[in-house]
Design a protein around this ligand. Structure first.
Ligand SMILES: Nc1ncnc2c1ncn2[C@@H]1O[C@H](COP(=O)(O)OP(=O)(O)OP(=O)(O)O)[C@@H](O)[C@H]1O
Length: 298
């Protein structure tokens, strides 16, 4: 997708499994919104192919639109409409909508009362936008920054809603630049930067794997002399072993099951009793930093 001279989404390939929550994570301007809008049929890519539920979002929009829910980053409601009116209007456009009263209660929309959309707070607009996306019982929901600006309690409610949708077999695709949100909610995370996909995986794959992942070994009595060298020899060339003190050391390299098993075997062969043997975790921020040399925040 190009906007004039700007290439917003470049050679990006990803797929989403039904009944899962997928997070598209990236810094401002990475191309998240553009990617979503292309899937929703709002934008026609100059190149490439998009299919949602097997349908072309532009050419087969009439067939697709009733089956998807869309929450835009902003807007989507008439400025003079009140929240209940807007929600009932959208409900009326669907064949088998949810009960608006239930969604209003769930998302605390009763507090909007008779206030027109243009005077609602940012958080109230967000919640109305989400309710509008969900009211038609969509099979796939696209939500752009669903919890930006929401207070922690409402954020948790929204997370619970997404969990329930997944349990009902609904597919959720969301963009976020909150790492904790992606880590907590998503079955799969796609990290994009400058329009390109730079990493994909489950939260655990992304945070526990990688070049700089670590294993921390703590033992019950001091290591035998030469322990780091002997452990390194047992693990192989691309792995570093650093002794921290007489009872603990760090193994840096691919922290996979095979490396863990080798560390454990080395302990057995050297009469060392591990008190703990654990994978060190990295945050998604660390992953992003490692991949791009920059932080996620602008
Ligand atoms: N309508 C437009 N016209 C021109 N350039 C645009 C337009 N929309 C987006 N862009 C540019 O395309 C790039 C990707 O923007 P996009 O909104 O998709 O990113 P994003 O990852 O969603 O960012 P954010 O987190 O800030 O919402 C940016 O460089 C942006 O300035």
């Amino acid at each position: 997708m190009r906007y004039g001279a700007t290439t917003a989404v470049d050679d990006l390939s990803l797929s989403v499994e039904r009944g899962t929550i997928t997070a598209v994570l990236g810094p401002n301007g990475a191309g998240k919104t553009t990617t979503l809008e292309t899937c929703e049929g709002f934008r026609a890519p100059q190149d490439g192919t998009v299919r949602v539920l097997g349908l072309d979002p532009r050419r087969q929009a009439r067939e697709l639109l009733p089956r998807i829910g869309v929450m835009l980053q902003d807007g989507g409601a008439w400025s003079g409409a009140r929240a209940p009116e807007m929600l009932r209007h959208v409900a009326a456009l669907h064949a088998h909508p949810l009960d608006p009263v239930v969604l209003e209660e769930r998302l605390g929309l009763e507090e909007c009362g008779r206030t027109p959309y243009r005077r609602l707070s940012g958080g109230q607009r967000q919640r109305l936008g989400l309710a509008m996306a969900l009211i038609g019982r969509p099979e796939v929901v696209f939500v752009d920054e669903p919890t930006a600006g929401l207070d922690p309690a409402v954020r948790r409610t929204v997370w619970e809603l997404f969990d329930e949708l997944r349990a009902d077999g609904v597919t959720v695709v969301l963009t976020t630049h909150y790492m904790d949100e992606a880590e907590k909610l998503a079955d799969r995370i796609h990290i994009i930067d400058r329009g390109r996909l730079i990493a994909s995986g489950t939260p655990i794959e992304l945070t526990r794997g990688g070049r700089h992942s670590t294993i921390r070994l703590v033992v019950t009595k001091p290591f035998p002399p030469g322990a780091p060298d002997s452990l390194k020899a047992a693990l192989g060339a691309d792995i570093e072993v650093t002794q921290l003190d007489e009872l603990s050391l760090i193994v840096t390299g691919p922290a996979d099951a095979s490396t863990l098993a080798k560390v454990s075997r080395w302990c057995e062969e050297n009469g060392v009793l591990p008190e703990s043997l654990a994978l060190g975790t990295r945050t998604l921020e660390d992953v992003f930093l490692e991949l791009t040399g920059r932080g996620l925040e602008p």
